[in-house]
Design a protein around this ligand. Sequence first.
Ligand code: Z15
Length: 824
Amino acid sequence: MATKKKTDQDLQLDKDQLKASIVRHLRSTLGTSEQKASPEAWWKATAAAVNEQVYERLTRTQQTHFKKDTRAIHYLSAEFLMGRLTSNNLHNLSLYKVCEEALGELGLELTDLCEQEPDMALGNGGLGRLAACFIDSLATLNYPAVGYGIHYEHGLFRQEIQDGRQIERPDSWREYGNPWEICRPESVQEIPLYGYVETVFGDNGGLKKVWHAGRKIKGVPWDIPVVGFGGHTVNILRLWESRASEFFDWDVFNAGGYIDSQAEKAQAETISKVLYPNDETDAGKELRLIQQYFFCACSIKDIMRRYKRAHGSNFDNFAAQIAIQLNDTHPTVAIPELMRVLVDEEDLNWDTAWGICYRVFSYTNHTLLPEALEKWSVSLFEKVLPRHLEIIYEINARFLDELVEPKWPGNDAIKAKLSIIEEGDVRKVRMGNLCVIGSSKVNGVAEIHSKLVKEDLFPEYAELWPQKMCNVTNGVTPRRWLLACNPELAELYNEVVGKEWPLQLDKLRAVTKFADDQAFQQQFMRIKRHNKEKLVKVIKAETGIDVSAEAIFDVQIKRLHEYKRQQLNLIHIMALYRRLLANPDYDMHPRVFIFGSKAAPGYKLAKDIIYAINKLAERVNNDARIQGKLKVVFMPNYRVSLAEKLIPAADVSEQISTAGYEASGTGNMKMALNGAITIGTLDGANIEIAEEAGTENCAIFGLNVDEVKALKARGYNPYDFYYANSELKAVLDWFDTDYFTPGRPGELSAIKRSLLEGGDPYLTLADFAAYSDAHKLIDTWYRDPALWARKAIINSATMGKFNSDRSIQDYVDKIWSLQSCNVG
Ligand code: Z15
């Protein structure tokens, strides 16, 4: 019998089928019944029912990609901050409404079930969330793509606040199982580490290097299906988990070494145990280098296996078939690893291997902060990866001789600067330099950032390879960050511009014609109001604080870092509080300042700032004198699922980094898309947001990049601003008192010290007055409801550029040259 191929239509479930499937899974997969099932079991049964759809499409996608033998992008990232997948997968499969109805008939609320899912927090912040948006867009645009990363047992720590201070607790996202991942034992890899390199005679009489590993680790792949919007393509995110190798020392074991062998097992499993919680700081630890090598080596082997299945050992097509993107320097070691595989294992000569290698790789830079640019000590490298160090030396020697010497003859200063090896007391391998040398393209993540990468970070490389440097401005997926998180606004947009906007976000521009339409303004602001009321309940439940949805919701949500300047927000709130205490009639619309932020556990000052925010909140929120005009809320445990509740409720988006330090920002895009007005510096993507929305619809303030550089060159002295501004002085002096920490003066003094004696490296005091003025502007705008609504609408309607589909299309056009591949 001829089997008819199933089409998308055939796959589409109706309500009754889905309902039956959920109940069937509740019984046969979860082993329970409608009467006894917990909400968690219902959630898992729902996921299992959805997975029937997902797997069908996954198989079709994989068969199509195999048959068409298409070029594919391999996105290597130490972090994928996926958040929850249930509502996202339902939306992308066009099953959300159907599922809501099916569960409704079972007496269940879909939004409640979604709350059962733990966040998949396998990332720190922007970089990891960007990777998650990118794989969503790749699948949506039907590009063959694989995400490769680490299957951390513990994602980013859970933050508790005790007496105002951050406490880190382990995150156990899969303690009770995760319905979205599939273990693939058939694709296990074995990874060598440590040991030594031997030089032997090869078959062709030449010399050959053999790496004798000191130990071997098993890499077990877990696949997370990545469902594109529309449900055509389902790609995979492949995450590697480390295990003790089967390659097992039985002699030791039999000689009574059972305990030793257990210790070795524990060590092997440590590799993927926990995500390093440092955002934009290099830990420099041995385990982190091993983590990086572990997932890169597993991924390269996986890529090789798939390539050889189609092409055997002929590598002529390798660079045409394979593109690898390095998400920051974390996966850099993939470059020497590919060279090692091609030269040592596949017996290619160096030049042929290098010709393939650099064409395959591209590198995205996400920061200019020197403390984030990874360097590994040569001695550590030599111990863990002896053969890779040799390969890096060879790459470096050839680069310096063949490219640098001819261009800058005899210029040792430039050689020292461009060398992969940093000389000094401790010799170091500079991963950024290796990335630039080993990649065909290098991109920054917003226009201004890419310009600074070219002009300030890598000027000589840009001179050597002017074509190598480019820009791809970041983006966010409008499916998660509008359709799913803000259903009422999504529905309003469906009504006014049609249903194409989740794929073509530019379509929202048509909404600008209603920016002055009174009825539309009211609908728009009613939705914002409703989102705020929902958040009011969350705030009460999480913190016990009462806030009013009447107030302006002013939101700063991002990792805690001095350059992001939560301390600027903090001292401005203190200034407002002082004004209100001095004059209870001080004219301002009630304001709620909301923070969400984790600090790296070892970042003392960042933790002190969290403490200060919480102590300020306690004082302000309980001070009857200010008549509820000011509230401060620190939301504990900021994460993707909390962002999905905060962003639709934000009136004001705080994007206040020192100009030149925030590479792009992506929260700025999400909040503007949901109708918040940005108070921000001319930094990162803020510049492009203001360009799209119009500067008059943002509150831009403070020093720009050139002014920051000029002030630093002149010699910035924070005391100049301290003594010249009596309000600023009074606020800073407040930190030395016990006003916010009764009976314990000095607990907050470190913040003041960092801003004065510490030299205020991020120019907080220099921007204070301009920031305060920008807030006054925000206040006047808000008190004119029609003016505010107009600005909010225009912001939301003009964010089309920041669709991550556009970012991905830019990568395809400028870097990857992929063909989209129709599935089914
Ligand atoms: C990180 O989240 C970012 C840069 C980094 O170098 C590291 Cl290690 C982590 C962020 C940038 O700070 C942010 O501006 C940018 O939007 C984001 O990466 C995605 O590109």
